[in-house]
Write a protein that binds this ligand. Sequence first.
Ligand SMILES: [Zn+2]
Length: 423
Amino acid sequence: MIRHLLPFVFLLTTATTLLAQSIPLKPRPDAFPPVDAPDGAKAVVNMATTVAEMSDWDRYPTYETYLAMMQGWAEEFPTLCHIDTIGTSVNGRLILSMYIQVQTVDDLYRPEFFYSSTMHGDEVTGYVMMLRLIDTLLHGYGSNPQYTDIINSTRISINPLSNPDGAYRTGNNSVRYAMRYNANYVDLNRNYPDPFGTDPEDVQQPENTAMINYLSSHNFRLSANLHGGSEVMNYPWDSFTSSENPHPDREWWIEVCKRFVDTSRTYSNSHFRDVLNSGYIEGGDWYVIPNGRQDYVNYYHNCREMTMEISSDKTINSDQLPEYWRFLQHSLVNYISEIHTINSSVAIETTESESSVLRFYPNPTHDKVFLCNMPTEPISIYNMQGQCVMQLPACTQLIDLQSLSQGIYLLRSGSQTAKVVKR
Ligand SMILES: [Zn+2]
């Protein structure tokens, strides 16, 4: 029923640019699982059986090559990254994430970002894009100012392959016959707890249990979940149309989507047009889906997650991979920085029990604040990007904030914290 009503509701309620549209939207690949042969069976899929064969980024890695690449980065950049094992798949393959962070004292005050790709095993463009992103960020740290700044201000976790059994359905040597589902033939993007609907049809799959545990053990503030089969930025909610229940951060999402698409179009104007010319859409306006990951993450983890559909074909020819990287790389990097455009009260959380609050007055202040109790540990002041902007010795009782620009800052002394507003 909904399926037939939605296009009608959609046309009635969305922007005027959409009203002009007379043809139906391209079916959402998420909503219409394929029944024919996998995309990859039609694609020219060259595999890299060694890490060296990935040097031109025009092949897909075998499973062993993938593991070797991850291991190689962890060994080459031991102070910059480590491998998180999110869990294992039904068939025992590893679900890994590369965690990139610089180790300094203000570590915990950097917001955490998460990229995750290929929960549909045959949507492998994002798999290689994420591997290349890891490589680019790690090698660019210290030489490329943008990458250096992003890593200095953000903790970044990148999970290139969240459904390895689907991607390597016929064996570790090829993704050519990859499938959407996991080894139990369950669609992992219909298998998350639904904040607004009913429980999934199938028992929770090991891949998703592992992902839920990983999400729960972190404090991600922004994430994206990469797919293929269309080219469109799909922002929450998936459970509702925008007219039924718009996401509270809808305006922010639209700005983020525009920036992503605009940037990619400066490198290739032909992409992100196969659903809407704008290149972005609210998920439910495209098609309502239940038990998806995006709404789960947004609702239960206080983390803004969107679904990026990045290639019209789920499995592109391997020699097209460099071209996709060319028009996506800047948008993918910039999207990480969007974490710093999120309302600061969400980006940094403090637990304010009686004993953990640093007491001072006045607040807000134009310049000085006086601490009510003399702190016994040094004081650090952080901006909302998590950067330490001032350090003071223990026993300080008067702090002059005159040199800081207007905004919200976090004061920390030992385990005591407090927010101060500088006017
Ligand atoms: Zn998908």
